[in-house]
Design a protein around this ligand. Structure first.
Ligand code: HEM
Length: 381
């Protein structure tokens, strides 16, 4: 059953490895899950989850990838039970120690996350789904489209934190970063074409409700926890953000990979790229040649515009899914609101405008001045 007992950190979270695993021998169960959900058949759900629950000795033998695959497979039942109004660990008390141990073994929270539900979920006949609806598949694919590119983007951000704005690699790395971020725009464009706001709001959102484990609430496997905030922190949010966004980041960070979660404290203290560009420009004497090469500023402006393109389309579909006539819940599955999305988009736009100003007036621009840490009412898209 095991692939390797002690995989190294690089391969341990490999989606090809994890999605190929069936540590609970549960493959045969998932074609039945959409029917159980359609019938709101809570007894069938509790029987099924009891059947696949690993014993203590099995659990002790799981490798890290097996622990992640096991959490993925139990996770579909957690969201399903909660969707039908049942707190999973109340209906099946034996679940609780298993969730806690799987979380501990994988250094993640004691429930499934967007990583488990999408990138570690097999595609094709073995795909685990709540509803079996093809629109659910498109939503899962959107996260699968963006997460591998985000992994590369995070690596580029890591390199960017060590490169000064006046170095030639600065613009090159930012251009590569922009290329990776384009995947978010493609993913949300695909969702806009293939998924109706009504399906998201009424068909899927109920499965992402929070559950309680050991007295603490844990939100469901929502795309809102895809940690795009890591890129924001490095590019602008470390020192040009807002406490409301910081609070969302703290919550979302709990739902991501340990190696990404661990980046947050350092990246939050900055300085961000926008902050560093502002410093260099501020220190340059008036009339001196541009202190940051034009290619660097242009590349930074494109990075910000790519984030805006995703966020503007994302806000449009999110607003439709959360309008009064459609929504079942006031808050998003990530615990945030439409107002929060407006705020994040506005902040991204403000930083983008400030960089555009710097581009036009390279020697004297004051990027920071234009990006006062204020949150405006927002504009609709
Ligand atoms: C119909 C589809 C979708 C709806 C209705 C929707 C709705 C929302 C809402 C309401 C939020 C605010 C936080 C929260 O949920 O608590 C949010 C955040 C977020 N969502 Fe979505 N979302 C959708 C699809 C997606 C997809 C496909 C992706 C990624 C590929 C995505 C990525 C994000 C991210 C990264 C955030 C954090 C805020 C930000 O970075 O701007 N969402 N979403």
């Amino acid at each position: 059953m095991s692939l390797t007992r002690m995989p190294n950190r690089t391969t341990a979270y490999d989606s090809t490895v994890i999605s190929g695993l069936d540590p609970l021998s549960a493959d045969a169960m998932y074609p039945l899950l959409p029917m159980m959900n359609a019938a709101a058949d809570v007894p069938a759900l509790t029987t099924a989850v009891r059947r696949i629950l690993p014993s203590t000795s099995q659990l002790a033998e799981f490798s890290l990838p097996e622990s992640l695959a096991a959490m993925r497979d139990l996770g579909l039942f957690l969201g399903s039970l909660k969707r039908h109004g049942v707190e999973p660990v109340v209906a099946v008390p034996e679940l609780e120690p298993v969730l806690v141990e799987l979380g501990r073994r994988s250094d993640m929270m004691p429930r499934d996350t967007v990583h488990h539900y999408t990138e570690w979920n097999p595609v094709g006949v073995r795909q685990r789904m709540y509803t079996g609806d093809e629109q659910e598949g498109f939503l899962m694919d959107a996260a699968r489209m963006s997460l591998p590119h985000l992994a590369e983007a995070v690596e580029l951000c890591r390199q960017l934190t060590d490169v000064a704005p006046d170095q030639p690699e600065f613009g090159t790395l930012l251009t590569q970063l922009t290329g990776r971020l384009a995947a978010f725009d493609e993913a949300i464009s695909m969702v806009t074409r293939k998924v109706t706001p009504e399906f998201f709001a009424q068909g899927m959102r109920p499965y992402y409700e929070e559950i309680t484990v050991q007295g603490r609430s844990y939100l469901g496997p929502a795309a809102a926890h895809v940690p795009l905030f890591l890129v924001d922190l490095v590019v602008w949010a470390a020192d040009h953000g807002h406490p409301v966004y910081d609070e969302f980041i703290d919550e979302a960070a709990q739902h991501t990979l340990p190696q990404w979660r661990q980046l947050v404290p350092g990246w939050r203290t900055g300085p961000s790229i926008v902050g560093r560009v502002a410093d260099v420009l501020r220190e340059a004497p008036d009339g001196a040649p541009p202190a940051v090469p034009a290619e660097g500023i242009t590349a930074l402006a494109k990075t910000l515009r790519t984030l805006i393109a995703f966020r503007a389309k994302h806000l449009t579909i999110a607003r439709k899914a959360y309008r009064d006539e459609v929504r079942l819940y006031d808050l998003g599955s990530g615990g945030g609101s439409i107002a929060l999305l407006h705020q994040i988009l506005d902040l991204t736009r403000e930083n983008s405008s400030a960089v555009a100003v710097a581009h036009r007036r390279p020697a004297s621009a004051q990027v920071t001045g234009a990006v006062a840490a204020r949150v405006t009412g927002g504009t609709d898209d």
